[in-house]
Design a protein around this ligand. Structure first.
Ligand SMILES: *Cc1c(COP(=O)(O)O)cnc(C)c1O
Length: 378
């Protein structure tokens, strides 16, 4: 978008069309991620000629698009993943929603799609949540997953900044990622494929990043690994774990002190809301835990050496879906590297820091602990 003034829609223009047939709620044990959606959706249209139109909440339903719409041809699509949580008092909360909005704007503008005022979309989402309130589960670990999405609807095959776009939000009730306790994952570190590269779009949540990762993931699955560990460069720098940010607790080789490390935001890394939150929490805990939080690049050779010297203590991926997902094994160049889980408990599949981070973030999300990361919306 060009021009100095921020073009945006306004929540005060919101039009609401309530459905006549509300779907039955699903039993909590049948909540499968992203399979069932609520009764309504948000849609907001944009054209380069007239800007944004009024936001609309209407019954969940099919989109009608021209087959020539450039979303189908050139991948003009970006999205967000965030959750609405219900606290013990029945209030509904969002976790740092402004970060999701800012990231959607960043992804959108990277694709030549329009941007908007973050607080306006948050206010529309809050109205949507009030309408869908019965879909927001109340048990800890359960939530309503929100999927804001922006696509190009431009009805012509020209490769250019889309002349029309659609912003929509759909919602799916979800249960806990680890329903029966943590399950650590095995990762195949791939040297045949990369997820991201410098000056690319690895730091944006654009649809085009994900489809190409499915074939490597299928290959990993055939070899008995759940996901890929994404590497970059001749020296095999670790970037991300599947669609999660990568974290490792280790003892620094030089200082001997425990550090939680994660790769820096160098363009190869998706700037996760969970990642940022973990960094802030672990920094604030340093006086108590003695663990230093450090954003630094780390190579496979360094990890192999640290494992051999018993300096690796914990490893996990982090993201909205799971909060943390412990890692127990990395396959690399035909060899398996075993990562410790919890030395004090052979039955546990997550280390003490991994668990502490998970519990702290959950306590904030569900309002057990008062924290600025959690926004009570009603
Ligand atoms: C969404 C995503 C993450 C995690 O981001 P959160 O904001 O914490 O959910 C990490 N890596 C990739 C590739 C992602 O798409």
């Amino acid at each position: 978008m060009t021009g100095s003034k921020l073009e945006t829609f306004k929540h005060t223009d919101l039009k609401i069309e309530v459905t006549k047939d509300r779907k039955p709620l699903l039993p909590e044990n049948e909540l499968v991620f992203g399979k069932h959606f609520t009764d309504h959706m948000i849609t907001i249209e944009y054209t380069s000629e007239s800007g944004w139109s009024q936001p609309v909440i209407k019954p969940y339903g099919k989109l009608e698009l021209e087959p020539c719409a450039t979303v189908f041809h050139y991948g003009f699509e970006c999205f967000e993943g965030m959750k609405a949580y219900r606290d013990a008092e029945g209030h509904v909360r969002l976790f740092r929603p402004e970060m999701n909005m800012d990231r959607l704007n960043k992804s959108s503008s990277r694709l030549g799609l329009p941007t908007f005022d973050p607080e306006e979309l948050i206010k529309v989402i809050v109205e949507f949540l009030r309408i869908e309130d019965r879909w927001i589960p109340s048990k800890r670990g359960y939530s309503l997953y929100l999927r804001p999405t922006m696509i190009s609807t431009q009805p012509s095959l020209g490769v250019r900044a889309p002349s029309s776009a659609l912003l929509f939000v759909i919602a799916s009730p979800v249960g806990p990622y680890f329903a029966t306790g943590f399950k650590a994952v095995s990762l195949l570190a791939s040297t045949d494929y990369v997820r991201s590269w410098p000056q690319g779009t690895g730091d944006c949540k654009v649809g085009g990043n994900y489809a190409p990762c499915v074939k490597p993931q299928t290959i990993a699955a055939q070899q008995g690994y759940q996901q890929n560990l994404w590497l970059f460069g001749e020296d095999h720098k670790v970037t991300e774990a599947g669609t999660m940010n990568f974290f490792m607790l280790w003892k620094n080789a030089d200082t001997g002190r425990p550090e939680l490390i994660t790769p820096p935001l160098n363009g190869l890394i998706l700037p996760g809301v969970t990642r940022n939150s973990i960094i802030e929490l672990v920094k604030s805990w340093e006086p108590e835990t003695g663990i230093i939080m450090r954003e630094t690049e780390v190579t496979m050779d360094e990890i192999i050496q640290a494992v051999a010297e018993n300096r690796v203590l914990e490893m996990f991926g982090a993201g909205t879906a799971c909060i943390v997902s412990p890692i127990k094994r990395i396959g690399f160049n035909g060899k398996d590297l075993d990562i410790p889980l919890d030395p004090s408990d052979p039955h546990s599949e997550a280390g003490p820091l991994t668990k502490k981070i998970n519990d702290a973030i959950m306590d904030i999300q569900y309002g057990v602990v008062k924290h600025p990361f959690s926004r009570v919306v009603y």
